[in-house]
Design a protein around this ligand. Structure first.
Ligand SMILES: [Zn+2]
Length: 424
């Protein structure tokens, strides 16, 4: 995905449009419009309808119908993603965003469930929405007056939703069907093993899709195949990463409070810089009368224009700090570290006492532990039952790829199939 813009929120979930979506929209509208003449006879013979293609292909009608159809299609893709999102919210997971892009929609969960029942239902919720839309389309066809334009659009949407549901249920991880496969595999094996198998099957499907795409010279199919392959590989890597860090907690790698270099709240910012404090660590606890009151970073001081003032004027006060408990999994803590100005995350115990800091330097220590562990024995695989929902945050988007149809010489419609992170 490329640059995306938030255009609103749906039930509190940021709704974004990727630039590739904005570019592809008129292209798909044109493709659909240009296909009407081919599609109408197919509908007439398949569904016993009597649509007259003449008026539908006259003047501006192909464009109007193409635009309406593509907007309705992306609305269906959005509903599909909302299906995944609703199921995720039901199980207590946050959804970071829903994005429409070149190849369809992506609902990006804040984390991926490690519970097979939850993953199963979150994955099938999307295609189930498409089936509901088909039922609605059919019901409207039965109830509404048989106006050609209406019949064409409703049939078109019903067929596209069927293809969307079918395509997404291909067992090509990370498509919905691949997630269903992993969920079912995880019933009696670890998530790491289940992911390995699902990823292998997904890659096989990606190669198959790519081969078909090459033979048919269908570049969109090739793009989908490449996308599925890359997404499957990245998910597998993330899973191995999470598995390697399994069991390592904040306590194992944090800098304990007795080893922290602290600064006094009365220290001026220029003194802070003159002492070279900013160069040794990324952030410092600020003490006032020996009590922890906040954190000051080099970035805070460097961006300040008033160096004669005290560090307390630019610090992040204690109540504005991100905190974790000593037993928090280390990956969770690291995901909370800022990217540009890596402000340390404060470690506080159940009584709200500061017990240490987690910094990027500590991350390197965690890597070392993992490395040593791998040297001595193989890493433990995560068990699906041990992890409560709020632990493993996986900064990746779930991938569902739903793209509007493309046409090839057979007039057949194909659908395309998410951290990066998604996002990927
Ligand atoms: Zn989906």
């Amino acid at each position: 995905m490329f640059k995306s813009y938030q255009v609103g929120t749906i039930y509190g979930i940021p709704f974004r449009l990727d630039v590739t979506f904005l570019v592809i929209l008129p292209v798909f509208a044109g493709l659909i419009g240009a296909q009407i003449e081919l599609v109408v006879p197919v509908f007439n013979s398949a569904f016993g309808t009597d649509i007259d293609p003449g008026p539908l292909t006259a003047g501006m009608w192909p464009w109007v119908l193409g635009l309406v159809a593509v907007l309705a299609l992306f609305a269906c893709v959005t509903l599909h993603e909302l299906g995944h999102s609703a199921a995720a919210l039901y199980y207590g997971y946050e959804v970071e965003s829903i994005t429409l892009w070149l190849l369809g929609g992506v609902a990006k969960p804040a984390e991926i469930p490690r519970n097979w029942v939850q993953e199963f239902w979150i994955a099938v919720a999307g295609p189930l929405v498409n089936l509901v839309i088909i039922v609605v389309c059919v019901a409207m066809l039965l109830v509404l007056p048989p106006v050609d334009v209406l019949v064409f659009l409703l049939l078109y949407l019903a067929v596209l939703n069927l293809l969307l549901a079918a395509f997404n249920m291909l067992p090509a991880f990370p498509l919905d069907g691949g997630r269903v496969l992993r969920a079912l595999l995880a019933r009696n094996r670890s998530y790491l093993q289940a992911t390995r198998i699902a990823v292998a099957v997904g890659k096989g499907f990606a190669l198959l899709l790519g081969l078909v795409g090459l033979l048919a010279l269908d570049f969109i199919l090739i793009a989908i195949a490449v996308f599925v392959y890359i997404a499957a590989t990245s998910e597998a890597r993330q899973m191995r990463f999470d598995a390697a860090f399994e069991g390592i907690t904040v306590t194992d790698v944090m800098t304990p409070v007795r080893e922290l270099e602290t600064v006094d709240a009365t220290l001026t910012q220029s003194e802070f810089l003159n002492r070279g404090l900013g160069n040794r660590h990324t952030g410092y606890p600020v003490l006032e009368n020996a009590e922890f009151v906040g954190v000051v970073t080099r970035g805070d001081v460097q961006s300040s224009q008033k160096l004669q003032k005290t560090v307390a004027t630019v610090m992040t006060p204690v109540d504005g700090l991100d905190t974790v408990g000593p037993s928090t999994p280390v990956m969770e803590a690291f995901r909370r570290l800022g990217q540009e100005d890596p402000r340390p995350v404060a470690v506080v115990d159940a009584q709200e006492n500061l017990v240490g800091f987690i910094t990027q330097t500590d991350l390197m220590r965690a890597f070392k532990i993992v490395h040593e562990r791998q040297e001595s024995h193989t890493p433990q695989e995560p068990s699906q039952s041990r992890k409560p929902p709020n632990r493993q945050r996986t900064p990746r988007s779930r991938a569902c790829h739903h793209r509007p149809e493309s046409s090839d010489s057979t007039g057949e419609k194909k659908l395309r199939p998410d951290r990066t992170r998604g996002d990927s």
